[in-house]
Write a protein that binds this ligand. Structure first.
Ligand code: CO
Length: 134
């Protein structure tokens, strides 16, 4: 069901410093910051030849990243995003197998303008998984 690894997301305590590190120290192509108010994050995408890194920084008072950074003050891997062809079919298949979908279970439009869903980390070895329809 899952296809390519679309991105790995890393929550960071200092977005500008993290973006500079990927640009200057690691020599990667770094995009401009993007505010995603619906998701409570500001995102910087790092373009790699085979996938992307998504740097996440809290936006607003109810950001889902804030609690993560409270627990992991120096940052850490927050989620992985896998591509799927049909997000509703993927959701229904996963739910039928007992996996929990976060939120109301309906896809939201993600940072790439495509529908996304998140799966409960406790059902996937402690890893928050994002599915994105491509
Ligand atoms: Co993501």
């Amino acid at each position: 069901m899952i296809g390519r690894l679309n991105h790995v997301a890393i929550a960071v305590p200092d977005l500008a410093a993290a973006a500079d590190q990927y640009r200057n120290t690691l020599g990667a192509t770094v995009r401009a910051p993007q505010d995603e108010p619906d998701h409570g994050v500001t995102v910087v995408f790092i373009e790699l030849p085979n996938t992307k890194i998504e740097l996440l920084y809290p936006l607003g008072d109810n950001s889902p990243i804030k609690g993560f950074l409270d627990k992991n003050p120096s940052g850490g891997i927050h989620h992985m995003c896998f591509e799927v062809e049909d997000i509703l079919a993927a959701r229904d298949t996963l739910k039928a197998q007992g996996a929990r979908v976060l939120g109301d279970g309906e896809p939201k439009i993600g940072a790439h303008g495509k529908p996304v869903l998140f799966l409960h980390p406790k059902d996937f070895n402690g890893c928050l998984i994002e599915l994105e329809q491509v």
